[in-house]
Write a protein that binds this ligand. Structure first.
Ligand code: SF4
Length: 372
């Protein structure tokens, strides 16, 4: 029987590959994995590596572009100095995402349906080998900044390769952040204490009405439990928290559900972030997701230029979520994504400077330092 690709990959209808990447491991693997599926005969187009941009516009159909990337693979997260940033480093493996969340910032970055994967993995690994060479320096890294860490894993096996490569670097903790379930990277990990599988959490209403082609919350939590049982510590992220009618019941339901699947000590850390929006994103959301209403709530421009919910509303939501999580035994693992000292103090009763800084604490938690 012909196999089908997972739901979130079903819109891919064309593969583009740089001329120089035709024989790359990734290109050969994608070809092999498509063979035997109902997408075995997708058109492949070889393009010049100098092409800046692929023109592909076929309604909701998507193209996968296996590209030779010439830029920096290891980067700093583009946080802002105005708020407490978590000091994360990004391993850049590609751009864009096959799923569709109404609030996704990638819509403003990449206004096309082209999913890019950097197929020159050898160059990526050389740069990482150099960057991570000093074993006395620790790194907390992730791939889920300009894409979803595992969305294309079924075709590319990229995270599996990365996990395998990082087996030689005990000074690196890798977070794999996703909204789908793909655990095929697990068998590559020699050290369960250096890989942090992570899933986004939200209220059920948001999962059902604002996130498309993604896994359900129960599927994500069930995957988190599988990882925890195998010895990995997981990360969960409430980001973006959205202000909608009935949010209290919704977030309470999800928080309670989490602890049906995992125990607090199996969670390395958990972020909470309110919906933030660059000014140019609002009309894009309105256009792409006409039923979405939360964008018309009460927002003010933040110090980073992004619109954010009025502070009293943010604090009300944060306090509710934090108190509920604390009642389940969570405490030090909780942190805010991009919030001010005042908001930290108001909700937690302390601020990052009281424990030596957020980046330091998260580094310790990634590496499971018992003092954190
Ligand atoms: S899964 Fe993440 S990267 Fe993909 S559309 Fe949703 S928010 Fe964006």
């Amino acid at each position: 029987m012909t196999k089908q690709l997972p739901n979130h990959l079903r819109r891919i209808s064309h593969i583009f590959v740089d001329e120089s990447m035709q024989d790359s491991l990734i290109a050969r693997r994608v070809q092999r994995r498509l063979a035997g599926t109902d997408k075995a005969n997708l058109p492949w187009t070889v393009v010049s590596p100098d092409m800046d941009r692929i023109e592909f516009s076929k309604g909701s159909e998507q193209a996968l572009y296996l590209k030779e990337y010439k830029g920096k693979f290891l980067r700093f997260c583009p946080g802002t100095k105005a708020y407490h940033c978590c000091g994360y480093r990004i391993i850049h493996i590609g751009e864009n995402c096959p799923m569709a969340c109404s609030y996704c910032i990638l819509q403003a970055y990449f206004q096309d349906q082209v999913l890019k994967i950097w197929a020159n993995q050898g160059d990526l690994f050389s740069e990482l080998a150099e960057g991570f060479a000093n074993q006395a320096q620790r790194f907390r890294v992730g791939t889920g900044e300009f894409t979803d860490s595992l969305a294309l894993e079924h075709l590319t096996g990229y995270s599996h390769d990365l996990v395998e490569f990082l087996n030689n670097y005990s000074n690196v903790a890798l977070e794999l952040k996703s909204k789908v379930v793909d655990l095929s990277w697990m068998d590559a990990a020699k050290r369960t204490d250096r890989i942090l599988p992570a899933w986004s959490m939200n209220a059920p209403f948001i999962n059902e009405h604002e996130e498309f082609d993604v896994s359900t919350l129960r599927e994500r939590l069930s995957a988190a439990r599988t990882c925890a049982e195998a010895g990995f510590r997981v990360c969960l992220h409430f980001d973006p928290v959205i202000h909608y009618p009935g949010w209290e019941e919704g977030y309470a339901e999800t928080i309670d559900l989490i602890f049906d699947y995992v125990k607090p000590h199996q969670i390395a850390y958990m972020s909470i972030g309110s919906f933030r929006c660059m000014p140019q994103l609002t009309p894009i959301i309105a256009d792409n997701f006409p039923k979405t209403t939360y964008i018309y709530d009460e927002f003010i421009p933040g110090l980073d230029g992004k619109a954010r919910l009025l502070r009293p509303l943010r604090v009300k939501q944060f306090s509710f979520i934090v108190n509920r999580l604390r009642a389940h035994g969570m405490d030090k693992q909780l942190y805010f994504c991009m919030e001010s000292t005042d908001v930290w103090n108001e909700v937690f009763g302390y601020a990052p400077k009281d424990f030596g800084g957020l980046a330091k604490r998260l580094m310790g938690q990634s590496f499971d330092d018992q003092s954190q």
